[in-house]
Design a protein around this ligand. Sequence first.
Ligand code: MN
Length: 514
Amino acid sequence: MIEASETTEVPPETDLTTIDGETISDLLKIVEQRNGDVDLIRLAFDYARKAHGLQRRKSGDYYIVHPLAAALHLAKLGMDEQTLAAALLHDVPEDTEYTLSDVQSEFGEEIAFLVEGVTKLGQLKYRGIDRYVENLRRMFVSMAQDARVILIKFADRINNLRTLDALPPEKRRRIALESLEIYAPIANRLGMGEMKGDLEDLSFPFVYPEEYQWMKRKIVPQFEEKIAFLSGFQEWVETEFHERGIDYVSIDGRSKHLYSLYKKLLQNSRDLSKIHDLVALRIIVDSVGKCYETLGVIHEICKPLKGRIKDYIAQPKPNGYQSLHTTVFSPKQFAASDVHGQIVEIQIRTPEMHDEAEYGIAAHWRYKERQVSRDRADYRINWMQQLLDEHPDADDKSQLLETMKIDIFQNFIFVFTPRGDVIELPEDSTPVDFAFRIHTDLGNKCSGVKINDQIGSLNTTLKSGDVVEIFLNPHKTEPSPDWLSFVKTNTARQRIRQSMQKKNKRLFDNQEDS
Ligand code: MN
């Protein structure tokens, strides 16, 4: 350990203000308010401040302001103190004289592990997804061990994106592109809606500058009108609820993130009037029963649009998202014309569903849920672990990339077993993929399928909501090699190949015997 306390200068605390105008006192206040370990956070801050000394970032700020901003972001998400301390220390081993073992002897194994994970993730430069496999692999290994590593990395990246202006153009674009192509899809896959939106919106102007300018010129003004409408509409709904004695936890307006609006515009011939979830009213009530009740009340006071009611409570989205959605016409007093009101989306959910939707995997480490914070049973972690188990060796790179692309960057469908269990599969999956997802034996022995009570063929492309029943041939022990031509999942492909290899080996062995 380096004895730097007497010789190294540290920047004065009064100069250490983040881009949001916040300081270490704001961080300590948040921790104090929840009776957390204020001393630990103070210690980690002082340690990192001493380690970074008078280093400055390209923006001119003292370096320590950057980890401070990342820690503040995570504190607002309600993350535990180990995570906050690790966020404060995350650039210490990489950028200062202090080593990881210095951090470990001062702060213990858990915090050192988190810092190490973040450090490792930052060591490769992004030059397009195809050269990126090794980095993705590292990311998944540390995430599967402890998902807090990726949360710190996200907070680190978001602060970097917010201060990107100070960097040369080439570096700016590289960081923004990596955030858009890698980090945002992973945040989405982990169910972290807010983080995903931030990563995308901050990267957008650097990756697609002209498109971003077009959005600002043509779309944002109309978007802002809609936001103004929403606040009037919200007041009206609150009054209606009050008069009818409907109780709720909260009602909030939300507007779509800019980049996700942009992507939706591309799918809709750039026509804003075709997009119905530009703004939404989010109603939080305290039970599932009340969600359905509230939906009824909404339809009583506002006329719903046909075919826009979605029950993601009974049928959650693949990433775990739950809510009731409906799209309605507001009353005529909010009208753009005198024919009908404005179209607005309503989302109804419980506080638990809300936490899941905003924080996803992070919800498990949120302070108030400390009791369950070590629960590794989260299906999103299982998913990562499964990916790694299927590719134990690092030289299996092209295949790993294939899997990553399928499993992270593709869309998903969800289908049902005859018993009603939900099975998640990548788009364009077939009954054979379904069978292997449930059990290897079911895949090996599968000989036919019924889809929604109709006999189908094994290479049919499944759609969300299909009920899939597999027929078994008990005498069959091996999958058919032909299936390789249409299966979509990695599991199915792998099992079929393995069986073919075994069979070839048996043939070979038998030949040697004779
Ligand atoms: Mn950093």
